[in-house]
Design a protein around this ligand. Structure first.
Ligand code: PBG
Length: 324
């Protein structure tokens, strides 16, 4: 035998020399859920180890993560039902706890990269990402103004990246124009480019209590059966000025990550979503899987597929337990 591939696996030091892909905390964005009660901390039942936090514990959490090398955070508000309405009006209200908290976070940690979502669902009594008309249709163009106001209110807090996440048409171009015309040329856009109508978002919707009250999201999020359609979305997002493209979920869509990586010049992010975290957490609670090893393998697979950036609920656990 002339060629023995096992020779390159014979010791840890050789394996590390030939290791093709690495994950570091530089690659990660940690999604966090913000509660209105300043001191609150409530675990998400379907995401063991992940807490909804009020601003006080959240500032501590961000400080700890920064020390561990995690520098980017995607912060979602948990909006109480009494603050929701059909037009998501709270999302632009300067006195709303979320916008005040974002300001406080950026003032406390100017070096941290803070990202926010731009979509109606956390603030909407309908639980949909856009305005719902009397026939139950989700309106595309009519929703733009709400999103523009939301994006400007978020940008005004000093955050770094907005993430249009509703998977409807014309978002990136409209929001880029809004931001630029209002003095926010430096605010980046990470577009949820290929976001699929996935059942893996279940635990996230538990965390925010944001599940649709009727129907599903199939008229705006992509069909899990489709691959080439992601190229149309990527093309449009790049033409409209997106700074980053995103694929979501990650694990069942590794082919899509690869496809976008090969067909775009902007960085590609992948969102390792709530249900993907929940599967690993649940199996490890049962003693069926080794959480840390599976976490490493999952993150590597996403990186290997081509993701430059990974949004993941494992971020802090990775930073704490990463192989050094
Ligand atoms: C809101 C939004 C969702 C997620 C991120 N932003 C849920 C949805 O579209 O229903 C899911 C994130 C996760 O599951 O971790 N538009």
């Amino acid at each position: 035998m002339l060629i023995r591939p096992r020779r390159n696996r014979k010791s840890r030091s050789i394996r590390e020399l030939v290791q093709e892909h690495h994950i570091t905390t530089d690659d990660l964005i940690f999604p966090l859920f913000l509660l209105e009660q300043p001191k609150g901390a409530i675990e998400v039942a379907s995401m063991p180890g992940i807490y909804r936090l009020g601003i006080e514990p959240m500032l501590k959490e961000i400080e700890e993560c920064l020390k561990l090398g995690i520098k980017a955070f995607d912060i979602f508000p948990v909006v109480e039902e009494k603050h929701k309405d059909k037009m998501a009006t709270r999302s632009k209200n300067q006195d709303f706890f979320y916008l005040k908290a974002l300001k406080q976070i950026k003032q406390s940690f100017p070096e941290a990269c803070i990202m926010t979502d731009v979509a109606m669902d956390p603030y909407s009594t309908d639980g949909h990402d856009g305005i719902v008309d009397e026939n139950g249709a989700i309106l595309n163009d009519e929703t733009l103004e709400v999103l523009g106001d939301m994006a400007l209110a978020q940008a005004g807090t000093g955050i770094d990246i907005i993430g249009p996440s509703d998977m409807m048409d014309g978002r990136v171009g409209y929001l880029r124009d809004c931001l630029d015309r209002n003095g926010f040329k430096e605010v980046s856009i990470m577009s949820y480019t290929a976001k699929y109508a996935s059942a893996f978002y279940g635990p996230f919707r538990d965390a925010l209590d944001s599940a649709p009250k009727s129907g599903d999201k199939k008229t705006y999020q992509m069909d899990p059966a489709n691959q080439r359609e992601a190229l149309i979305e990527a093309q449009l997002d790049m033409e409209e000025g997106a700074d980053f493209l995103m694929v979501k979920p990650a694990l069942s869509y590794l082919d899509i990550i690869k496809l976008l990586k090969e067909n775009s010049d902007v960085p590609v992010a992948a969102y390792n979503v709530s249900g993907e975290y929940a599967m690993v957490a649940a199996a490890s609670e049962k003693g069926w899987l080794d959480k840390e090893q599976v976490m490493n393998e999952v993150l590597l697979s996403i990186k290997r597929a081509g993701a430059d950036i990974i949004l993941t609920y494992f971020a802090k656990q990775f930073a704490l337990h990463a192989k050094r």
